[in-house]
Design a protein around this ligand. Structure first.
Ligand code: FE2
Length: 329
C-alpha cells in the first residue's frame, strides 16, 4: 500500500488545451506569436562562445556578447525585432522586446536563485546535442513532467538509478507554470557518483544525492545529478508535429591537471552523453506514438485522462499555456 492516499483529478472542460493544439497549423502560428514571440526563452551559456543562436517555431534568435554587453534580434521572415536579454547566473535568456511583461526574475520564480546557483556548474562544456522527435513540442514537455514513466519507459536506465521506493523518495514541487522534481539516487548510483567525485574532484553546487530537474515555462528544464553535473535542455518546436530536444552536458571539475585526469574526464563525459542519449531514445517512440494517437481522441473532448497527485503539473502547464495564449482570463 502506498503511504499516500490516492488523489486523482479529473480535469474540467476548459482546463486543458484543446487536443487540436497538438497538430494544427493555426495553433502552431498562435504559439509562435504569443508564446515564443513573447516569453523569456533560454538561449544557452556564453561559456566558450560570444554568439548564441536558436530557432523556435520559425523564429530565429541571434545573440552576441561584446565584453559585458549583450544584444540580439529575433528574425521572422523579413521582420526583425530587437531582443531583451538577461541572465540568471550563467544561463542566458531572451525575449522579443516589449513594454511590460514579467522581468526574467519574475518569470523564473521561485527558482531563479537556485538556477543561478546550479548554473555555476556550467563548466567544462561538452558539444551540444539535438535529437529530432516527430511529435509536437508540448508532448515532450508533458513527457518530461510525467514523473511516473521511469519504471515503464526506462526500466533498465533511469529506474534502477533511482531509489526503488520512489513513492517516498520522489519530491515534486509545483509553483504555477514552473516546477521541480527530484529523486533520491539509488545507493549504488550515489556510490558511483561518489567514486567519480573522488577521482575528478567535481564542483558541487550542493551536497545532494538527487537526480533533479527544474522546469521553466514554456520549454526549458535543467537536469542535475549529485549536485554536480548540470544538463540544460530546451524543446524547440519545428512544425506542429516535429520538434528538436537540445541539451548540453557540463561535467564540472575543480581541477583537471594531468593528461590522465583529462582523459578520464573526457571518457566520463562521453559515457554520460551516451547514457543520456539512450534515455532520450527510449522517450522518443513514446512521444511519437502519443502524437499519432492524439487525433484519434479529438472527437471525444470529454476524454482528458485522469491525473494523479504528482501529475498536477501537466495540468499547470496546460493552464499556463491557456493564459499565455489569452484564451482564459
Ligand atoms: Fe523519459
Amino acid at each position: 500500500m502506498s503511504a499516500h492516499p490516492v488523489q486523482s483529478i479529473v480535469p474540467e472542460t476548459g482546463a486543458f488545451l484543446p487536443h487540436s493544439h497538438f497538430w494544427t497549423g493555426e495553433a502552431f502560428a498562435q504559439e509562435r506569436e504569443r508564446v515564443f514571440g513573447r516569453c523569456w526563452l533560454y538561449m544557452g551559456v556564453f561559456e566558450d562562445t560570444n554568439v548564441l543562436t536558436a530557432e523556435m517555431a520559425g523564429l530565429r534568435f541571434e545573440l552576441r556578447r561584446q565584453g559585458e554587453a549583450m544584444d540580439g534580434v529575433c528574425r521572422d521572415g523579413e521582420q526583425v525585432r530587437p531582443l531583451q536579454i538577461d541572465r540568471c547566473g550563467a544561463l542566458v535568456f531572451a525575449r522579443v522586446a516589449q513594454d511590460g511583461g514579467p522581468t526574467l526574475a519574475d518569470h523564473l520564480a521561485p527558482y531563479g536563485e537556485r538556477l543561478a546557483t546550479m548554473s555555476a556548474n556550467c563548466l567544462n562544456p561538452q558539444a551540444p546535442v539535438g535529437i529530432a522527435f516527430q511529435a509536437n513540442w508540448k508532448a515532450l514537455v508533458e513527457n518530461t513532467m510525467d514523473d511516473f514513466h521511469g519504471s515503464t519507459v526506462h526500466p533498465d536506465t533511469i529506474h534502477p538509478a533511482v531509489h526503488p521506493d520512489w513513492q517516498s523518495h520522489l519530491v515534486t514541487e509545483r509553483h504555477g507554470a514552473n516546477s521541480d522534481s527530484r529523486w533520491l539516487l539509488a545507493d549504488g548510483t550515489a556510490g558511483w557518483w561518489a567514486k567519480l567525485d573522488a577521482k575528478l574532484r567535481m564542483r558541487r553546487f550542493a551536497e545532494e544525492p538527487f537526480y533533479r530537474h527544474t522546469f521553466i515555462f514554456p520549454n526549458f528544464y535543467l537536469a542535475t545529478f549529485y549536485g554536480a553535473t548540470v544538463i540544460p535542455h530546451r524543446v524547440d518546436p519545428v512544425a506542429p508535429d516535429s520538434s528538436v530536444l537540445r541539451w548540453q552536458l557540463f561535467l564540472p571539475t575543480t581541477r583537471l591537471e594531468t593528461a590522465r585526469e583529462q582523459a578520464f574526464h573526457r571518457s566520463t563525459a562521453t559515457y554520460l552523453i551516451q547514457s543520456a542519449g539512450t534515455v532520450i531514445a527510449e522517450d522518443c517512440p513514446v512521444c511519437e506514438a502519443v502524437q499519432q494517437g492524439r487525433p484519434g481522441i479529438a472527437d471525444l473532448p470529454h476524454i482528458t485522462g485522469i491525473y494523479g497527485r504528482r501529475e498536477r503539473r501537466i495540468l499547470d502547464f496546460h493552464q499556463a499555456m491557456l493564459r499565455q495564449l489569452g484564451e482564459t482570463e
